[in-house]
Design a protein around this ligand. Sequence first.
Ligand code: FPP
Length: 255
Amino acid sequence: MWLFRSRRSTRRTTEDSSEDVKIPSHLAVFMDGNGRWAAKRGLPRSAGHRVGAEKLEDLCSWCGELGVQYLTVYAVSTENWSRPEEEVHALMELFVEFFERFDPALEREGIRVRFAGDIAALPERIRTVVRRAETNSLHRSRMQLIIAMNYGGRREIAQAVRDIARQVADGTILPDEVDESTVASHLYLPDVPDPDLVIRPSGELRLSNFLLWESAYSELWFDHVLWPDFSREDLMRAFRSFSSRKRRFGKVETP
Ligand code: FPP
């Protein structure tokens, strides 16, 4: 039952328990640990990515049902291209397949798809999938799935700085007018609010160039579970922890 629903974090009583859990409006997730999951089973790394992509389908469904408004997932970073050619190829095939197979479910669940990253630098075949997924889903409004694809936080900030420098050079804005909101308005998806919660499974404790600007005040949750094993209960554990956080955004708490 919804207690209330808005663009801000919502509190709701979850279906599977009577507890009152705060649901982040914007959740960002590292799909991390696929390679180790596969290695533990003597499988190629690409097998881990395949199960990881299936887990993304589950995550979309859980988040849509729980009332998350924006879900950003780290799919391919600007650094991932230096992996073995075979793995990069498998990732690209999975990406194409994901939209072929999962689009009807995305449509049913009202999930709009958007991308954050250096899309222009991707091969034409992938850019076609990106364009189609974005255009086909424009009308959906239940949740936005944002796929960080060829994404790097530093590259995103550098590109924003470049755009602003051009505007300064052509006299559109003055250097003294450049502030935090100017930079924020030149990021990949300026209309998307900053993530409330960032989840990184697989035991790694770093940001790895993900949403560097946007996560300045995000709550962080680290878990040892490998992404292909990530369960709804793991998600709820992160949400329960998020519910107990006092977010002060650098200010002092007023009584
Ligand atoms: C990180 O785990 C995961 C990736 C680099 C790829 C994630 C991509 C997918 C799950 C599927 C493709 C995307 C879509 C949108 C369908 P890792 O390989 O670094 O794992 P490891 O740390 O155990 O080696």
